[in-house]
Structures are given as structure tokens and as C-alpha cells.
Design a protein around this ligand. Structure first.
Ligand code: ZN
Length: 445
């Protein structure tokens, strides 16, 4: 049975990868309807009722519900997104949309983010339907669009139009289940919180003129260059969150190194001196609000001095920081240039954290101990955003979960995330599929 189920997860994952629902941040991209329909036909095959919601043409979210027997019992939503980020195929050893199964690994964009989880969730739902499982509370599966560009055509749209499907007591979504720790003290991380997202568009203005006479010109692009440099140079103070303390505790480091990583006055110097390839970007992101200037837009005419330039800055905030704190960071970073910069907020989501010690947490722990007796589950903070934040806004307790094979390291997993050669081993697919089944049976059965 378990092998048959794993094969279903593998085949669904391959088919979803091949549908190449690439989200480029435009309304017309993604076209997640293809993955939503694929999953709908898979689930309708065992008599489940499916519902399709269209936030925009082709931007479709699938909902499947198994009604609970007790209207007062806690409900749970399995939330999986169906879109993927673009690829640069030149960096891949295999076709990023081939969905090939090679030496026990499924290759392709979405194999770890998060079509692997979405496909395993669908297989768990089908298992529950086939076995006639009657959960105490409502059990919902959402295959949502547009997670990768901020959820406007996915979870955010669903939260606005169908909060009854989103505001469940519990939510399981991406992503957790990586093993770490010393051989005699192994643990597995579940993401109980994530940093905030405060994308900003900065606009610089100048005076248009002919490119043949740049002397004393008021060139918006030259000003923008100064802004970009100051943001790159900006070093906000470290902030140590208690979830970071958990993560450091799990690391295989001596006590001196651990105390440096937990000391906001010492960590920056340590990170400055850390050799490349030793996880510096991640360690820094866990302990700082970060600023990444990723898009600059100007005119495209080579002989015209630009009068308007915009810079999109990807800002990820530490817990406790809102729009006022973000503006204070920008003012400090830009100094005397701040007066020249118009700031527009593109995203304003604060960091969100769910408590542990819930019945869902305990059920997850028991489910993990079936394949891995003695393995301890620890809560972590995600530096990226997921749909969990949208559910948390509605009051849900949301965890980024999953269960990977013990050989898959956090560094290797991280390099595949939005990276080249994204792939997942079939043992991780089997473990995660079983995790949903065992957790939900334990919690809601
Ligand atoms: Zn994702």
C-alpha cells in the first residue's frame, strides 16, 4: 500500500512539474488551472467533491473538503501551492520541466518548492476518501495559485472571498522536516513562524535631457545608483529571536560559537569573517532585517537622460517590525538621500508566528516518531514567506511541515530552493505522504 501511494505521489509530482505553471509575477503567468484540474481529476476519481475558484483567468485554486462529524471539533487545512518560480535552464543538468525520475530522484522546478508537498497532500486526501475516513472536524485540501508572487491570486484572494476554507483551526503547509543535530541527538525542524515581507518601490526623479550633453545633468539613474549603494552598505543591528536560540542550540557547534551566534553585539563581526559557503547568508537572514535591491526600472532609450527611475527592494523584517520600523530603517540607510526618495509599499506583511504545544504539534511529533523513534521536533523561523502568514492572519495555527529523508541536508535542500537542479528523493516523498496521513489520523480520527 505504502509503495503504491508513494508511486501516486511521484506520478502527480512529475505531471505537475511538466505543466510548468511558472509564476513570473504577472497576472497572465502561472496559469495554475492546469495543475488544479490535474489534481481535481485525480481526486474526483474516488468520489471527492472538488470546487474550483478563479481569482483571474487561469489563476485557479482547487478546494476539496471532507466534512467533519462534529461541527465543534478543530478543523485542518492542507495548503499546497501549485505555481513555481522561473528557471534558467542553462544551469541545469536536466530538463527543468521534464519531471524525470533518475536514480530515485524526481527532477524539475517545484520538486522541493512545493509540488512535492502538494502532490503528497493530494495523495493523502485520496487515501482518506478511499478508506472512508471520517474526521472529527472538517478536513480541507487547498491547491492554491500564486504563492510565489505574494498570493494575491491565491491565498490572499481565497482569504477575502472564501475565509471559511482558509480560517481553519490548523494549517499544514510548506515546509519543514529537515533533519539536523549530532548523531546521538537528532532532531527535525518544523517552521512555526516566518519573517515579514515589506517590499518597497523607491522612485527617484530627475530632469530629462539629451544623452549627448550629460554635463551638470539631473540624472535620476545616477541618484538611484547612490541609493542602491547605500542600501547595500546598510548594516542594521542584529536581533535575536527565541526561535533563533532553538536553531543555534541544535547546531553542532561548541559553546563559544553558540554564544557568539546568540550575541547581537558579536554576531556581525563573526559573520563578516565567515568564509563563503559556510551558510553566512542564512545565518545573517535569521538575525537581521534584510534589504535586497533586485529590480531597477528606467526608460530604454540610450540617448535620453532618464527623469524617473524605480528601484524595487525586497525587505524581510524581523518579528516586531512594522511599516514605521521599515521606514526608520530606510531613513537611516539613505541618510541625506532619503529626502529625494518616494517610497511606495508593495507588500506589508509582518512576521507571523504560531505557538507550539498544540494538539497538532503533538500529533506531528507522534507521526514523526513512527518512522524515526526518538527524533525530536523543534520549532524554527523561516526567512522566506509562505501562505502560512495568510492563514495566521485569520487566526489559524499554521506550521510549515513535511518529512524528508535523513540524508538530505539543510544546505543541499536550500541550494535547490529556487535554484538549479531542483530535485527530491522518493524516500522523502514517501515519508511526507505518510506524515500527513498519520498526523491527521492521530489528530482528527
Ligand atoms: Zn513555496
Amino acid at each position: 500500500m505504502e509503495t503504491a501511494r508513494t508511486n501516486q505521489t511521484i506520478e502527480l509530482l512529475q505531471a505537475m512539474i511538466r505543466n510548468r505553471c511558472v509564476n513570473e509575477g504577472t497576472e497572465a503567468s502561472g496559469q495554475e488551472i492546469r495543475n488544479a484540474e490535474l489534481l481535481a481529476s485525480y481526486l474526483e476519481g474516488v468520489g471527492l467533491d472538488t470546487e474550483m475558484y478563479h481569482a483571474a483567468p487561469g489563476r485557479s485554486t482547487l478546494a476539496v473538503k471532507i466534512a467533519g462529524t462534529d461541527p465543534n471539533a478543530p478543523s485542518l487545512c492542507l495548503n499546497g501551492h501549485t505555481d513555481v518560480v522561473p528557471v534558467n535552464a542553462d544551469g541545469w543538468e536536466r530538463d527543468p520541466f521534464g519531471g524525470e525520475l533518475v536514480d530515485g530522484e524526481v527532477w524539475g522546478r517545484g520538486a522541493v518548492d512545493m509540488l512535492n508537498l502538494t502532490s503528497s497532500m493530494a495523495v493523502a486526501m485520496r487515501h482518506f476518501a478511499e478508506t472512508g475516513f471520517r474526521p472529527k472536524g472538517d478536513l480541507i485540501f487547498l491547491a492554491v495559485a500564486d504563492e510565489e508572487s505574494g498570493s494575491a491570486y491565491g491565498a490572499r484572494w481565497m482569504a477575502e472571498h472564501h475565509p471559511e476554507l482558509m480560517a481553519t483551526t490548523y494549517v499544514l503547509t510548506e515546509n519543514g522536516g529537515l533533519h539536523s543535530g549530532a548523531p546521538d541527538n537528532r532532531n527535525v525542524t518544523m517552521r512555526v513562524g516566518e519573517k515579514g515581507v515589506a517590499w518597497r518601490r523607491l522612485t527617484l526623479r530627475g530632469t530629462p535631457g539629451h544623452g549627448s550633453m550629460p554635463f551638470q545633468s539631473n540624472n535620476a539613474l545616477v541618484k538611484a545608483a547612490g541609493v542602491v549603494q547605500r542600501l547595500a552598505d546598510y548594516r542594521p543591528a542584529a536581533k535575536i529571536h527565541e526561535l533563533w536560540g532553538n536553531e543555534v542550540e541544535r547546531m553542532q557547534l561548541d559553546e563559544d560559537h553558540k554564544s557568539v551566534l546568540l550575541d547581537p553585539t558579536a554576531i556581525d563581526e563573526f559573520l563578516d569573517n565567515l568564509p563563503l559557503g559556510r551558510g553566512g547568508p542564512y545565518l545573517h537572514a535569521c538575525t537581521h532585517t534584510t534589504f535586497s535591491t533586485n529590480v531597477v526600472s528606467s526608460q530604454t532609450k540610450t540617448n535620453v537622460i532618464p527623469d524617473t527611475v524605480t528601484i524595487d527592494v525586497d525587505i524581510r523584517s524581523m518579528p516586531g517590525e512594522g511599516p514605521d520600523e521599515i521606514q526608520a530603517h530606510l531613513d537611516e540607510a539613505l541618510g541625506d538621500l532619503a529626502a529625494e526618495v518616494e517610497v511606495e509599499a508593495l507588500m506589508n506583511d509582518r512576521a507571523s508566528i504560531s505557538q507550539t504545544g498544540t494538539p497538532l504539534w503533538d500529533s506531528l511529533q507522534r507521526a514523526i516518531n513512527r518512522p524515526f523513534p526518538g527524533l525530536t521536533m523543534t520549532p524554527g523561523l523561516s526567512v522566506g514567506f509562505t501562505d502560512a502568514r495568510v492563514h495566521r492572519d485569520l487566526g489559524s495555527i499554521a506550521y510549515g511541515a513535511g518529512l524528508m529523508s535523513p540524508t538530505l541536508t539543510a544546505a543541499e535542500f536550500g541550494s535547490r530552493f529556487h535554484g538549479h537542479n531542483e530535485r527530491i528523493d522518493t524516500e522523502s516523498l514517501a515519508l511526507t505522504t505518510q506524515l500527513w496521513i498519520d498526523t491527521i489520523t492521530d489528530l482528527m480520527g
